[in-house]
Every structure is written in structure tokens, then in C-alpha cells.
Design a binder for this molecule. Structure first.
Ligand SMILES: Nc1ncnc2c1ncn2[C@@H]1O[C@H](COP(=O)(O)OP(=O)(O)O)[C@@H](O)[C@H]1O
Ligand SMILES: [Mg+2]
Length: 257
């Protein structure tokens, strides 16, 4: 079981989109995959077209077995531990007051020989949920938008990983994924070049800002399963599949060593 946190402590950088696309892509490749919606906003649950429900809360807050709350999705071999806004917020309080950082690692332990990949879709704010994700994960992948000075969230990400390593955890940064790249913006190109200089070969293939990707949540479909009827959308999908396909291929190469 390889556990990867999709984490950037900034909102709107493509975390949930990447978590779902990676998780479903791995499932289509034949692996058994568990996606855990750790964000109290429950976006991953909703993007997959699944009703919000207190799976995460029941497992972390009410001490129920994870196998009772993991549900099937529209993608074969991809299962989800769903979240819900109402109880999602309470999860944070429970982790803070009771179970603490080891909580997610503990609930995943019984699945070790049953699941190939666990993907953690993390919330955008620093705190106990992300601390617990970093406790459970071997790898962190961080989608970022190549804009602004200290490129969107990457600095605080490094600090959070160092903190987890100081706690004795084996977690490492696997890569940073430039997302929502707008090639017409000089700022994006300049910042991407800076990130390449700072992160070298940890920089993953780029995913551009594409309408077909922005429309996915409304369809409830994954990128891989999307079957647009209009030719221009079919072309757009093919390009997006190539881009996220490159991310998926790089991920598999990296984690399989
Ligand atoms: N490559 C992309 N091109 C266009 N829109 C995107 C892309 N990636 C994500 N989005 C959209 O941007 C918004 C934020 O993405 P999301 O994956 O929810 O980010 P996060 O989980 O980091 O908050 C969503 O509306 C999503 O559909
Ligand atoms: Mg999200």
C-alpha cells in the first residue's frame, strides 16, 4: 500500500482535481485504490457525483471500521471514504482533542495488504488534518499555480513536511505539479522557470488551465471516463488526457522506483 497526500496549504490549486484524476487513473490501470476525502468542504465526494456523507467522521470520530464506510464510485477498483461538510468540521475538533496525528495512519493499517494505492485529498489550510495526512503518507504531491511571489503554498508545504520528518515520519516530497498554467501569462512562465530552478527534477509534467477540466465536477465524471459528443470537446479531452496521463505515468515511475 502506497499512501500519497495531495497537499498544498492554499485553496484552488487543483488538489481535488488531481487527487481524483490520479486515483481513477491508477484504478483504470488495474490497481485497487482508495481515495480519502479529508477536506471538510467534501469537494472530492461531490466531484465524483456522490452524495456527501459522514464516512470520514464515522471512521475517525466514531471509531467505526473503515471497511464499513468505504464506498464504490463510478470507476471500477476506485473506492472512496466520503466526507460531509457538517461532520467534516467536527473531525478536526476530534483529531485535535483526542486521536491526534496518528489517527489516519491507524485507520489505514488494516488495509495494508488489500489496497495498492491510497490517495489523500487534503484541505487547503494548515492544521491537524494535514498533520495527520503527513503522518500517514509516504509521499506528498503538490499541485501549485505558477503565480505570485513564493509560488503558491510551496514554502509552507516544505515546512510542514520537515515538521513531519522531525516527528520521525518517513514522508517525502515526491513532486510539485504545475496546474492551471496559463501560457498567455508572462508571470506564469517566469514563475514556472523559478520553480524549475528551485525544485529541479521534482517538477512534474504541467497541467494547463483547460475548460474541459473545469467542467468535470459538473459532469460527475472523471477525465478518463468523459465521453464528449462534440468534436471540439473530444479534442480538448484528448489533450487533457495526454497531460494528466503524463502526470500519472511519472507518478508510477517514481513510486515503483
Ligand atoms: N487544469 C485545470 N483547468 C481548469 N480548471 C481547473 C483545472 N484544475 C482544477 N480546475 C478547477 O479549479 C477549481 C479548483 O480546483 P480544485 O481541484 O478544486 O482545487 P483545490 O482542491 O486545490 O481547491 C475547481 O473549480 C476545478 O474544477
Ligand atoms: Mg480541494
Amino acid at each position: 500500500m502506497i499512501t500519497t497526500a495531495i497537499l498544498n496549504e492554499k485553496g484552488g490549486t487543483g488538489k481535488t482535481t488531481t487527487a481524483i484524476t490520479l486515483a481513477s487513473g491508477l484504478a483504470y490501470k488495474g490497481y485497487s485504490v482508495l481515495l480519502i476525502d479529508l477536506d471538510p468542504q467534501a469537494n472530492a465526494t461531490e466531484y465524483l457525483g456522490i452524495r456527501q456523507q459522514p464516512g470520514l467522521f464515522n471512521v475517525l470520530g466514531a471509531d467505526q471500521p473503515i471497511t464499513d464506510h468505504v464506498i464504490a464510485t463510478g470507476t471500477p477498483r476506485l473506492r472512496l471514504l466520503p466526507n460531509e461538510r457538517r461532520t467534516g468540521k467536527r473531525v478536526k475538533a476530534i483529531l485535535t482533542a483526542e486521536t491526534g496525528k496518528p489517527a489516519i495512519a491507524q485507520v489505514l493499517a488494516p488495509l495494508r495488504n488489500r489496497i495498492d494505492f491510497v490517495i489523500l485529498d487534503c484541505p487547503p489550510s494548515p492544521g491537524i488534518i494535514n498533520d495527520a495526512a503527513l503522518w500517514a503518507a509516504q509521499w506528498v504531491l503538490s499541485p501549485f499555480i505558477p503565480e505570485h511571489g513564493p509560488v503558491s503554498g510551496l514554502r509552507s508545504l516544505s515546512q510542514a513536511i520537515i515538521q513531519a520528518q522531525d516527528d520521525g515520519r518517513p514522508v517525502q516530497l515526491l513532486g510539485v505539479i504545475p496546474t492551471l498554467l496559463d501560457v498567455r501569462k508572462g508571470e506564469h512562465k517566469a514563475n514556472l522557470a523559478r520553480v524549475h530552478r528551485a525544485y529541479g527534477n521534482l517538477v512534474y509534467p504541467t497541467v494547463r488551465n483547460r475548460a474541459i477540466i473545469a467542467e468535470l465536477p459538473a459532469t460527475g465524471s472523471t477525465l478518463w471516463a468523459l465521453r464528449p459528443t462534440q468534436p471540439h470537446k473530444q479534442r480538448a479531452r484528448a489533450i487533457a488526457v495526454q497531460e494528466y496521463g503524463a502526470v500519472l505515468g511519472r507518478f508510477l515511475t517514481d513510486v515503483r522506483g
